[in-house]
Design a protein around this ligand. Structure first.
Ligand code: PLP
Length: 390
């Protein structure tokens, strides 16, 4: 914990699932801010800072952030309700469980959805994106930057390049719920239109805040839509004036914001964009943490779900159990050592693997020793599980 914060959170099991993640003492303390009016000038300026710092994390000059009470899923609803009109085509690139859910959401709002599916452990190849984009006109292409079910990292820069070249009107939508602040995203330079994320992963804040950032191009597409917006709570018509007001440090009301969470998010954003570790070094720290975990996995003779390094996320690792061992042999043993990991999620391999998150403070604040604890616990749990079968 850092020197400035006198508050120290209670001893607890180390949470290294791929989100929610460990939060710093300062963030947790900020969440305990005394109750504030969401219409007060003091709160409005904190909200305004959050909007500006969110842009900074994505290296964008002028994209429009929407900070709304909800979880990452609300980002899918916002895209489906505001950008895609009923009957329009959406192309979903599938690298795991979360693409199916995004597709389901788009269909709920009346989109015609096609999916291009990569084999388990791989990302969709740009050549396959190109073929699909040439086959018909798509309003949006969606790509999961890191699919949390597989730990697969997609090349969103490459997907954006292909889309701009082959189908310039198609909006590029990135599900960055498991990548924002742990993987580099240069929204303006790479030509990305939408980044969807949430507070509880790389952004190091408790769950409950939906964060979506839309390019000005996407906002124009929204403004020119022909049919009515197909949601009430997720409508940008309602939220845009609110975001504009808060950015001018004055409050406006559509629905009550998660006031305390905004204080927590503000503190985390300040640690990320104004703290001693630059954004670039933060991404490097995630790479280092990931390298350490993946090296141990290899040394133990285990196999990761992603098929190659090129498609491996830096904020999490998905690992197959060795032959003869199952979740019940490993996960409870890690829990006994106060290390909380996650089981499998991808339906076709659910029982065969587990997941470790290494995002935010766990990856960046080396002094915490989180990665060391994970490595020791993993080595011990595996040895004990093997010995129990001998
Ligand atoms: C890649 C991805 N997209 C979307 C979601 C949905 O976010 P939430 O659970 O916050 O609604 C998640 C959740 O883990 C995710 O990992």
């Amino acid at each position: 914990m850092s020197q400035e914060c006198e508050f120290v959170q209670e001893p607890h099991k180390l949470l290294v699932i791929p989100g929610p993640i460990e939060v710093t003492d300062e963030v947790l303390y900020a969440n305990a801010h005394p109750s504030m009016s969401h219409m007060s000038p003091d709160f409005a300026s904190v909200f305004g800072d959050c909007i500006r710092m969110t842009r900074q994390i994505l290296y964008s000059e002028d994209a429009q952030p929407f900070l709304i009470a909800g979880s990452g899923t609300l980002g899918w609803d916002q895209v489906s309700a505001n950008l895609v009109e009923p009957g329009e085509n959406a192309l979903v690139l599938h690298s795991g469980y979360f693409a199916d859910s995004f597709a389901d959401c788009l269909q709920t709002y009346g989109a015609n959805v096609d999916q291009v599916k990569a084999p388990i452990g791989d990302a969709v190849k740009e050549s396959d994106v190109e073929t699909a984009l040439k086959s018909k006109k798509y309003k949006v292409v969606t790509v999961t930057h890191v699919d949390t079910s597989t730990g697969v990292l997609s090349n969103i820069k490459g997907v954006a390049e292909v889309t701009r070249r082959v189908s310039p009107d198609t909006l590029v939508v990135v599900d960055g719920v498991c990548s924002v602040a742990s993987e580099e995203i240069r929204m303006d330079d790479w030509g990305i239109d939408i980044v969807i994320t949430a507070s509880q992963k790389g952004l190091g804040t408790p769950p409950g805040l939906s964060i979506l950032v839309a390019s000005q191009r996407a906002m124009k597409v929204f403004q020119n839509r022909k049919t009515p917006i197909t949601s009430y709570y997720a409508s940008w018509k309602k939220w845009l004036p609110i975001m504009h007001a808060y950015e001018k440090n004055s409050a406006a009301y559509f629905a009550t914001p998660p006031v305390n969470l905004i204080y927590a998010y503000h503190t985390s954003l300040r640690q990320i964009v104004q703290g001693p570790v630059s954004l670039e070094d933060r991404f490097k720290a995630h790479k280092n943490a990931s390298r350490r975990v993946k090296d141990v996995v290899a040394a133990l003779g285990l196999r990761c779900v992603p098929l190659s390094e090129d498609v491996s996320a830096n904020g999490m690792t998905a690992i197959y159990f060795p032959d003869g061992l199952a979740a019940s042999d490993i996960i409870p043993r890690l829990l006994k050592k106060d290390v909380v990991v996650a089981g499998g999620l991808h339906a076709s391999i659910k029982e065969k693997y587990f997941r470790i998150g290494h995002m935010g403070a766990t990856a960046v604040d080396i002094e915490r020793g989180d990665i060391d604890r994970v490595i020791v616990a993993l080595n011990e749990a595996l040895a004990e599980a093997k010995a129990s079968k001998a």
